[in-house]
Design a protein around this ligand. Structure first.
Ligand code: ATP
Length: 357
């Protein structure tokens, strides 16, 4: 029986609550699907790594990750790091850049009893993850931001044809497995060369997928469409920063940021990471919604299933999703979804649903 080895990086804030919850649930789902137990490898990251190793992402973490089948990354609270560490690329940015995890796939799907602002939302944002208007992602060295004088700050944005081509291909391939509709989001009326190229290259790639219906919107118009009719979209492809902002909006529209999962992947590596941050306002109180991290972990199982052509892994992923849905539809949910369950009570309900399924 094939056994998979996955990394566990707790991170900061609510990370040490939602990541172990996901590990527990994956263990139950993998067992129910008849797979060998996952071998978990815990690795240092974040504030605790700064304390123990002098850096938020130790070299030993990066080299260990390279040899794993994938990993679960908890959120980081880099704004709270000591001054010397704040100016560095944050931990998830460091890992994404190191492994060239170019595709950030962020679904937003509402639950029936899940507090959705737009019921029936079921869309996926495909965010280009390596360049765009996140200045620090686009440089070999340096942060992409500089200040010629104390009163002038300049940031750089980069869009390249190969990076757009590969993310567009990810979006169209995904759309072929879904409802065959792709929306390109840009700001080509102002950022004509950069986001204009993003739109145009996506449209070129679209010609390889004649069955997929394509439209495009400016980023500002897109926020309006999402608030009013998020349930009408299927796959949305966009550059890095637009994708980050839109996916927070879409997550909340679907019910809560706490249910917004994501996976960051290249053709060889994948990292499960909730779309939300470390939520320091509720950290350590057993209040966090673990759904985003749990569903991100299920996405990692699906990515591995496709890579290894292992249907038991996709079976395990479906069991995770069904367990979460069963818990929410039985009325068990955390505060952000309008319920009263703690993180651990919700986790136990999902495990019980998986075991009883
Ligand atoms: P980052 O910049 O790291 O993404 P952020 O500034 O977007 O972080 P978050 O940490 O995502 O902020 O938190 C935004 C709000 O959403 C906070 O009020 C937080 O408590 C809430 N929130 C985020 N994640 C969860 C969760 N899993 N469960 C419940 N509430 C959450």
């Amino acid at each position: 029986m094939t056994s998979y080895t996955l990394g566990v990086l707790h991170g900061d804030g609510i990370g040490p609550e939602i990541v172990p919850a996901s590990v527990t649930i994956l263990d139950a789902a993998v067992d129910a699907a008849g797979l060998a137990p996952i071998a978990w490898v815990e690795l240092p990251l974040g504030a605790s790594a700064i304390a123990a190793h002098g850096t938020a992402v130790p070299e030993e973490t990066l080299s260990a990750l390279a040899g794993l089948d994938g990993w679960l990354l908890g959120p980081h609270d880099s704004a709270a790091y000591p001054e010397a560490h704040k100016s560095k690329l944050n931990p998830s940015g460091t890992i994404r850049k190191h492994f060239d995890l170019y595709a950030n796939i962020r679904p937003a799907k509402s639950f029936e009893r899940g507090n959705a602002i737009v019921a029936g939302t079921d869309l996926v944002i495909v965010r280009e993850n390596t360049q765009g208007f996140y200045a620090d992602r686009s440089t070999y060295a340096g942060t992409g931001e500089f200040m010629p004088s104390p009163d002038v700050a300049i940031a750089m944005g980069i869009i390249t044809r190969p990076a757009v081509e590969r993310i567009a291909r990810s979006a169209f391939e995904l759309a072929m497995r879904r409802d065959k509709r792709v929306t390109i989001v840009h700001k080509a009326n102002v950022l004509k060369m950069t986001t204009g190229m993003f739109r145009d290259v996506c449209r070129e790639v679209a010609t390889d997928f004649p069955e997929v219906a394509v439209n495009d919107f400016h980023i500002d118009a897109m926020t309006v469409h999402l608030v009013r009719r998020a349930n009408e979209f299927d796959v949305i492809v966009t550059e890095n920063m637009f994708g980050d902002i839109l996916s927070d909006l879409a997550g909340e529209i679907a019910g809560s940021l706490g249910i917004a999962p994501s996976i960051n992947s290249s053709d060889t590596h994948a990292m499960a990471q909730a779309a939300h941050g470390s939520a320091p306002d509720i950290a350590g109180r057993d209040l966090a919604n673990p759904i985003a991290m749990i569903l991100s972990s299920a996405m990692l199982l699906d990515w591995l299933a496709a890579k290894h052509d292992d249907t038991k892994l996709s079976d395990a992923a479906r069991r995770v999703e069904a367990g979460v849905e069963a818990a929410v539809s039985s009325g068990i949910s955390t505060r952000d979804l309008g319920g009263t369950a703690s993180t651990s009570e919700f986790t136990a309900a999902v495990v019980a649903a998986i075991r009883g399924a």
